[in-house]
Design a protein around this ligand. Sequence first.
Ligand code: NDP
Ligand code: VSD
Length: 346
Amino acid sequence: MSHPLLEKVRAAQQGNPLIYGLAFGILLAVVLNIMPLLNARAKKRWMPERKNVLITGGSQGLGLALAELLASKGANVTIVARNVDKLEQALEKIKKASASPKTQSHAYISADVSTFNGAKQAVKKCSQVPDTLFCCAGGAKPGHFLEQEEQDFEMGLKMDYWTALASTHATARAMREAGVEGKIVLVSSLVGLFGLVGYSQYAPMKYAIRGLAETLRSEFLLYNITVHCYFPATILSPGFETEQLTKPHVLKEIEKSDVPQTPAVCAARLLQGVQKGHFFITSDWQTDLFRAATGGVAPGNGCFMDFCKSRLGRIALPIWRIFEADAIVKKHRTEAPTSTPGASSS
Ligand SMILES: NC(=O)C1=CN([C@@H]2O[C@H](COP(=O)(O)OP(=O)(O)OC[C@H]3O[C@@H](n4cnc5c(N)ncnc54)[C@H](OP(=O)(O)O)[C@@H]3O)[C@@H](O)[C@H]2O)C=CC1
Ligand SMILES: CCCCCCCCCCCCCCCC(=O)[C@@H](N)CO
């Protein structure tokens, strides 16, 4: 039985193959875009309530905002960082934010998670085996590549990559041992998707975190552990204020293209991404274009929209790079240092 409207459309088309092709294309796009949505609905939505969450870098910035948000939604939150004073203050805030302070338990652990031993000890001190880990510890010390020294690069490696690696390794082992259904969220950055002047001791580490996330997403299919990777742009955190102190002018000028977000907004969008089941999570449309344009073969966030965003990104982002980022760098050529004081060329 044919619908009268369809008859009319058929009559109007008079067998035009272009129209059929177009209609088929639209239908295919709709089906391909709806399929992952239905699939995501069918999957269990991750809920913070009663989860045992471990957050590295939880004493300030993104990590603290996330700790408060998850505590307000019923999770038991343990934060890890090195400085005890900041941890104590943070714990007070988390307890205040807590949905039900009597039934939830929150704690802090002072540890340096940039070593395997430090991370292992931190996980051991948790009162419950964590079922969720957010690796928020990290930070940048921006500067010109040729002005930075070996210890700056080593610091980036330890503070950004090694903290994520060691805490993931220790926590995933504990999760497997306890047979819990686990979730691990790694934090990269917008500059883990494209390289930018001034971030040479930092951005490559954030690329490495993406690599770790992709590898572990695949490997942890062996166990009951899911992996996500978050790519924030500028977060107005204490870490951001510190990095402004050494940030080259040229980088500050390029970063004017970016609208900074508060830690609370980033935490909320990160949680949304986790709940939607996204593997790569972003919290603003610009970063989402970078994600889609550089997506590779990792799972996407809806194939039709990703297809459109990646096409748009492959056109808009190079234009932005040529006329904005690279143009600003070239304008600053005259102020770049011509030699490093104290460094001998022999
Ligand atoms: N701020 C921004 O603009 C952006 C940040 N990011 C990333 O987001 C994450 C959070 O950033 P942000 O909110 O700025 O962080 P902050 O710099 O404000 O805070 C960093 C946190 O990590 C902890 N930490 C650092 N090193 C270690 C360590 N070795 N062991 C244990 N804890 C450690 C710090 O505590 P303590 O020093 O006491 O140990 C602190 O709690 C980072 O991974 C950062 O790279 C990504 C994009 C943009
Ligand atoms: C049409 C498209 C326009 C695109 C605009 C893009 C603007 C990007 C500017 C760079 C922002 C850097 C964010 C990450 C910073 C970071 O990780 C550190 N602050 C770490 O602490």
